[in-house]
Design a protein around this ligand. Sequence first.
Ligand code: C2E
Ligand code: CA
Ligand code: CA
Length: 903
Amino acid sequence: MIATPQSLRDSAGLARDHLGRFVASGAGLLALLTLLWLGTEHALDQEEANARNAASLRAHSLANSYATQLQHLAEQMDQITLRIAYQWQDAPQAVDLARDWARGLFPREKPFFVYIANARGDPVRLSFDPVHQTNIADKPFFRMLRDDCCDGLLISPPEFSELVDRQVVRFSRRLETTSGAFAGVVVILVEPNFLATFQDEAGQGPNDFLTVRLDTGQILATRLGSEREDNVIFNRQPPRFATERGVTLEPAATFRDARQRYVAWRKLERYPLVALAGLTEADALAAYRVLARSYRLTAMTASLFLVMFWAAGMVFATKLAARRRAEEDIRSTYRMATDAADEGFYMLRALHDDKGALCDFQVEDCNERAAALLGKKRSELAGKRASQVMHQALHRDLVEVVRRALAHGVYEDQLRVPSPSWLSATWVHRRAVHSGPGIALTLRDISEIKAHEEALADLANNDPLTRLPNRRWLMNYLPSALQRAKRGRGRLALLFIDLDNFKIVNDTLGHEAGDELLMQAALRIRQTVRASDHVARLGGDEFTVVLEQIDSDADAAHVAAGIINTMAEPFELAAGGGNRVSASVGISIFPEHGDDAESLLKHADVAMYAAKAAGRARYHLYHPSLSEALIEKLSRERTLRLAIERDEFIVHYQPRVGAHSGKLCSLEALLRWQHPERGIVSPAEFIDVAEDAGLIVRIGEMVIDKVAGQLVAWRDAGMSLVPVSVNISPYQLQSGTTSATLAAALQRYGLEARLLEIEVTESAVVDRSMVVSRELDALRALGLRLMIDDFGAGYSSLAQLHRLDVDALKVDRAFTRALSTGSEGEVLYRAIVSMATALEMTVVAEGVETREQLRLLQLLGCHEVQGYLISRALPPEDMARLAMLSVLPPFDAPTIDVIGQPA
Ligand code: C2E
Ligand code: CA
Ligand code: CA
């Protein structure tokens, strides 16, 4: 890869982009994680607060119900002692505690001891058998009660009692006489755990405790879990819990087992006791802690997944970016290379529809030149679907190109950009290469080269006069039009248009007027047809129209009728207005009348000829039944025209000699066509055609010119000249131009009039039209000898002979032939000779082939003879040899009788 400033800039940009993506996505991830954990912790805080709240509530209610039970217990003790105190006062001797015990007046389920000590401290009444008999007079509580410290019940902290030999809590009361003197004490002893008996044991955990204390803080009893323990729970002197009631979270240090606890307390009414309940924080929050662990585990798992996901994404993105960078480097290199080469370059990726058919493609990349061709910027194209950024027609076309490239690997062509243009070029060279998953398409603007080519082609393909395409163009265009029609199973019509009477305008008003008329005619045709139809000028006054995509013959007929109508309008020319021509139109249809350009054109031409034959100014649809002869004739006409253009004509000369002397008196100019394939062609084959086609005047002019030129050549060669007779067709006389042509030739070559003779047929002379008479007069005036050719072949009778006013009669070959077969020929000849001689006309016998004929003609007094016996028509170069002879064969041969001398 080539590292260029551009590509370096690009890859630096890509790296920056990549870092940016990394940072941005990292920040996003962090935010997501934070949110996740904040949410989790917030929910857990809520849960914890709830758990703590519930713990303190439970501690509170535990303390309350414990206090209620203790209250009940204390009141029971109070009543028992108070009753005994009254009994003692009333009748001390009636008090029997053992009996009361037996009677069930004291609670029995627990160790419960009641005794009365007298004023000296001796236990005098007992509900039980004492373990040791002891005096209690020195006990502090005895003294306190004797000294009347307080009324009501006195409750002691746990202490050892010798009487029952165990640890007890003591409830005591002062006894009095009726006079109010000290009379002793009543005492109830219970084991401390008697106070720790709690009815509601269900809700208590193993580390939860219940404690009852004196107001002073001394603990009476404690229960931890279901165990009963004494004073083991608190570490050191616990707080006083001085208020009526409350809840507090006591730190771990308060307790011997170092467990933090919620402690609730409640003071009893009227008794100096406080009930306490303690719940360990650990137990209270146990459920919450399990929940928190699972919450955090979930959040942790989610976090882990997020991080892994992100990491995988980054790895993938990094790899992708690296690959893109590599691709981009290659492309930018290619872009630069192609931009420099002025080529539009696109990387395309084929897109297929559900059925797998190619339907669109994506522009993966392109260079600036390529974008400019579409009139866009590179950034507007990259990554887009072609259908979004291209003209519909271009898109459809390119899909086809891509399809071919996919099928064959490479596809290449030149394309004329259709109008309205979708490219900033009129011609492009396209090359599509299928490489890997994509297609590389290059477009090169070849408009300039094409414009040059087209200018050249234009010269070759267009008629300079009318600016219409010419025959060459038509023959190039038709095959492709036919291909299209074949593919589309459509029909195509070819109109062959020929202007009738155009020659008259051309001849009478001149070529300039003719050109002007042709230009106007071209314009009219153009305006009659649709813009999509093609009009061409074949040459002269012939045009063609190509109608593509016609539905029926009627469509073509309709156009033909339109053309005929528009041509019927008079033409306004600079030389004068109101010129009328008409058009004959032949129509051939593809595929019925031929499937190639040649035959369609030929058939349209035949049809046009049929239209002319049917009376002109009409159209005719080709039909195979149009006679073969017509076709043949047409083709002959064409070749004849071509022969004139190519100057394939020569003149041979046949001698005419004195019937008796054998002396050369004239040469008849006889036209020959030197056909490139057929060799020498006789005029008998083509004069008719030339007359029908109106070509005879031109041919006649040509003959006159050649003959005159030949005479000059002979003269220049030093030969003595004899006159040359030229055949003039009736059409030439009717054209009214022949006398002028002859005069001009004589003048141009500097020849005397006596050197040219004119042969015309009887029919021409009999036609007494103005033009013909004028022409004949003009010829006589020029001093040219006039001869009647083929005399006797028809028209006039001998009686009319005097009216012909000519110098010689050439008696038709048929009479000469008749001479040898019977007497009829002789009779006629004799009559002709005598009449003609009387009118001072020379009689010439044509077609003399035998010595017998010659002998008879001599006898009959015929003046001159011509025929194969003397000589065939020969090329001019043979004339020199002839000119050397004083008499021509067979007159020089001794076997020939020369009868008499010429007159
Ligand atoms: P045509 O004017 O009657 O010419 C004489 C024709 O008879 C010539 O035929 C000639 O070769 C032929 N011929 C001469 N001697 C004999 C013979 O002993 N026996 C036979 N069987 N034929 C003989 P070609 O040259 O074929 O010309 C035929 C016709 O073509 C001419 O008949 C003439 O009408 C016409 N033609 C020839 N040249 C011209 C021309 O320059 N202009 C015009 N308008 N017509 C021409
Ligand atoms: Ca002749
Ligand atoms: Ca003749």
